[in-house]
Design a protein around this ligand. Sequence first.
Ligand SMILES: C[S@@+](CC[C@H](N)C(=O)[O-])C[C@H]1O[C@@H](n2cnc3c(N)ncnc32)[C@H](O)[C@@H]1O
Length: 396
Amino acid sequence: MLCSSDEIRTTLREHLAWWGLRHFSSDRDYFAWQRQRLPYEDLKRLAFHAEQKRHGDRHDEIMFYDVTAHPKIYPVLYSQRYEYYEEIGVRMTAHFGQAEDILDFGCGIGVLTVFYARLFPEKNFVGIDRSSASIVVARERADKLGLRNLRFECVDVDVEPLSGSYDLVVATHALVQAEQDRGLPSRNWRTFERAHDPSQQLTFERRTGLAIRLDELCRVLNSSGRMIVSEKTRQLARRVPFQRALANRGLRLVERPAPIRYRTVEEVVDDGPFYVLDRRSEATLDWDEEPEQDQGQHFDPHTVSMSAGAVNAPLYENHWPSAQTTWEQLKDREVIRETTRQAPDGRQVHAERGRSHGQHYLYCANTFDQRQLVIDEEARVTMLDEYYQEITRGLP
Ligand SMILES: C[S@@+](CC[C@H](N)C(=O)[O-])C[C@H]1O[C@@H](n2cnc3c(N)ncnc32)[C@H](O)[C@@H]1O
């Protein structure tokens, strides 16, 4: 029995190597390997299906996962997600506890499901996915290892009910697939707060497919069971309706949600959070609907001139949600010009040029939590004006 997370990580790396996945720390090396392994025609086909998936329906999405399940493609494509598997795999296995029957919803080709089943031979696992090609690969890999505690089923939960009953249900990157969905806007540009509007919530849950999937998962979860989910819902506009969907179904936080961070080939991804939930917890952990702590600096008008950085850099710049507090606290704020525009769908954008304490500022805010505050000296006011013009030109 493996105990420490280091031991689990080592075993997981061996497991990923067994799947043909490789870890790259240089993008150049990865792409050189990709070119070697995948002919241009395959890459073009992949890009075509990725685009279809982005704009299409469930058939396009199923087709994308069918194509990526090809044994020539998945090791190359999923090597990009190597650190994602490490991050989720290690974290997940630390939470299996006493659970005996475990469902992995949207298991894909089963990279993690097979790992869980190898690590916990005394527990029973079921992996569900609607991509039949993915399920074929998952079954083949499980058979190769002779795993008897693991079963894979091809089910599309959007159109067919799940069977069975589980004391742990896990879902990672499978509940909110619509990556381009921006989520729920705030009440207005001045706040990060979201209105409690059931019809807006329902619209979000339906258009992302979350409603039906979560209802099904809750239905097969034992009343004393646990659910562990981690989706691409780190942005507040997606995090709030996602959390409300969980809370509305009686799910409560067993522990504080953990942010997930990993490197893919081309970027560092801020993902998750990782939620551990149940329906019986007496715990009174609150759902956090505030923006995360960010890296915005505090602004002090007396010391800022001395601390200003590069030659052409403004005195102060903050592109984080904390820019709002700094803007609110500007002394003797005097607005020179401002504009607030509303898109037909209700989203708002605000831009403001002003003066405070002998300095000039530009502030922008919108209902998707973007904030920007730039402060500069009188002598460089033209730059702020030009920036203001540029921003307002692009408004709805
Ligand atoms: C991004 S992959 C994630 C795979 C795996 N959970 C992981 O973390 O690597 C999402 C998977 O969810 C599956 N999926 C999405 N919606 C589904 C549904 N309604 N029923 C069954 N599977 C679904 C897709 O087919 C796809 O294989």
